[in-house]
Ligand binder design. Structure first.
Ligand SMILES: [Fe+2]
Length: 196
């Protein structure tokens, strides 16, 4: 039976995620994140929209999900969600790669601070423990990501924050790529489900 939007959500909320919990443990006592009750996977899902890679991608990022030590002065956030197909079926072992600006709006061009990749778990879940990037001239606040199901094409895209004054002035911004932000007892959580 195909997982539905409801069952995906139920699984995410009902099953303690060891991986997400371990990320949270770095900053909080509670091991269980409370993800928002707002799944993005719908009955007739459309593929997540692609966006420009931008000038700061570096290949060969490390296998790494916890960026906290890369920007210790930054505002912590967990970003997490599923990789699913257009049928809402979770995609295990999908590549999810993240790179973004630090708390001063700068990218690490010499090393791999705030750069890393992972593979989704058996339930198609991904997460990063990182910071909220600062703005830099010409852009609203954003993350850069690449997502690839095993053997599939690489989706290059970006994710955004709701309520940012610069969103309306950024020509690349797309409201379909907004994170769903929750302020929980475990800290800020940004949720996004990729459809590939
Ligand atoms: Fe950027």
């Amino acid at each position: 039976m195909k997982p539905t939007r409801r069952s995906i959500l139920a699984a995410l909320l009902a099953v303690p995620s060891i991986k997400i919990a371990s990320g949270l443990n770095a900053h909080a006592a509670s091991p269980q994140p409370a993800l928002a009750l707002t799944p993005s996977c719908q009955d007739r899902d459309e593929l997540t929209v692609a966006q420009t890679e931008g000038p700061y991608f570096k290949p060969s990022s490390p296998l790494k999900q916890d960026f906290a030590a890369d920007a210790p002065q930054g505002t912590s956030i967990i970003i997490a969600g599923y990789v699913v197909g257009t049928d809402c079926k979770p995609v295990p072992k999908a590549l999810v790669e993240l790179w973004h600006a630090d708390d001063h709006g700068a990218y690490d061009l010499d090393g791999y601070r705030l750069r890393g990749h992972q593979f989704t778990d058996e339930s198609g879940r991904w997460w990063f423990s990182t910071i909220i990037p600062a703005l830099y001239p010409g852009r609203t606040r954003h993350y850069h990501l690449k997502v690839q199901r095993p053997g599939g094409d690489v989706l290059t895209t970006q994710l955004y924050f709701p309520g940012e004054p610069q969103n309306d002035r950024d020509r690349i911004f797309d409201e379909r790529l907004l994170l769903q932000i929750s302020d929980t007892a475990d800290g800020k959580i940004g949720r996004f489900d990729f459809v590939v």
